[in-house]
Write a protein that binds this ligand. Structure first.
Ligand SMILES: Nc1ncnc2c1ncn2[C@@H]1O[C@H](COP(=O)(O)OP(=O)(O)OP(=O)(O)O)[C@@H](O)[C@H]1O
Length: 318
């Protein structure tokens, strides 16, 4: 029987002061955060930051050497967690499967291992776009098709919580878009998704919340907007200005900069102006430029800039 968590509103994952040590190597240090139910949560960090270790801990495959870890309301160290694991899906970084079996046969085997009915397999193969290839042996699949088969096995039994470790590695742009469209549908039915990726441009607008891991610690946590605010990275505003309006636009910017101090900087280019300013000055800069501009675009800092700002790009081995 599937156990029901005591509190259905409890976070999908609750990590409290978790540390982990392999032998003499301290890999995670006092990691504390929750993953709210129904969210798509991104876990990012440099190579060796501890993401996969945290995944293995959340899956109950290893037990933390310090702190507590609750997943779907159950302590991962508790014997009852074996039952809870049936409500969890997992796509490892490297999805290894039986190459001589067909897509359908592979999925049947995973369904048997997970003790869920095989009857759901055809619909899952259709969902991931493998319906037409289901009867072909897996050794004839492309890398993208294998990854989609991996996603299908992670979705067996309609799990409430799904862990995906760098799931879009090797997928082409259309494959990545299709992959996230499936995840959006899965999230819409209420599932929580935890995903790691090194392709930050890909996940920045797709995840609801993020944790940036650095050297086994949580360096930052929140929505992309909160992380941007925390970093106070400047915005870039690009204004297309006709030559006849250049002087007037430059004068408006100079007046604004004199009023707002050093935070506003700009370059004149043949097509107009590139302005960098604190986010708080965005509306003032737009108000100065719009009367003179043919077009204006605002570029907010990317997740990659935020990540690098938090020291994410600095590989520090723990
Ligand atoms: N079984 C293990 N025994 C000893 N050390 C380990 C073991 N698994 C991981 N580590 C070490 O723990 C640290 C974190 O590794 P982990 O795989 O969790 O990082 P990661 O953030 O997932 O990295 P990547 O982005 O490269 O996948 C690394 O220093 C790694 O060498």
């Amino acid at each position: 029987m599937t156990p029901t968590p005591a509190d259905p509103d409890a976070p999908a994952v609750s990590i409290g002061g978790v540390s982990h040590r392999f032998g003499t190597l301290d890999v995670l240090h006092d990691v504390t955060f929750d993953i709210p139910r129904g969210t798509m949560f991104g876990l990012i960090g440099h190579n060796g930051a501890g993401k996969s270790t945290l995944f293995r801990l959340m899956l109950g495959l290893i037990v933390p050497t310090g702190g507590t870890l609750r997943v779907l309301g159950e302590l991962t160290a508790a014997p009852a967690f074996r039952q809870t694991r049936r409500r969890i899906g997992y796509l490892p970084e490297t999805f290894v499967t039986w190459d001589n079996l067909t897509g359908t046969e592979v999925l049947h085997l995973f369904a048997d291992l997970k003790q869920v009915p095989r009857a759901g397999c055809p619909a899952l193969l259709d969902l991931v776009g493998l319906g037409a290839a289901a009867a072909r042996p897996v050794h004839t699949y492309s890398k993208g098709m294998r990854q989609r088969l991996g996603l299908a096995q992670a979705l067996l039994g309609e799990p409430e919580l799904i862990f995906l470790d760098e799931p879009t590695n090797g997928l082409d742009p259309q494959g990545i878009a299709d992959f996230y469209a499936i995840l959006a549908a899965v999230q819409a039915r209420g599932a929580t998704i935890v995903i790691t990726s090194h392709i930050l441009a890909e996940i920045q607008h797709r995840v609801d919340r993020l944790a940036i891991m650095h050297g086994g610690r949580v360096a930052a946590l929140g929505t992309l907007a909160q992380l941007r605010d925390g970093m106070a990275l400047p915005l870039e505003i690009i204004a297309a200005v006709e030559p006849s309006r250049h002087a007037a636009a430059a004068a408006a910017l100079a007046l604004l900069a004199a009023r707002h101090g050093d935070g506003i900087a700009w370059d004149g280019v043949p097509e107009g102006f590139h302005v960098r300013c604190p986010a708080a000055d965005k509306m003032a800069v737009l108000a100065a430029l719009v009367p003179h501009a043919r077009d204006v675009a605002v570029r907010e800092s990317t997740l990659e800039q935020v990540f690098l700002g938090f020291g994410g790009g600095h590989v520090q081995r723990v």
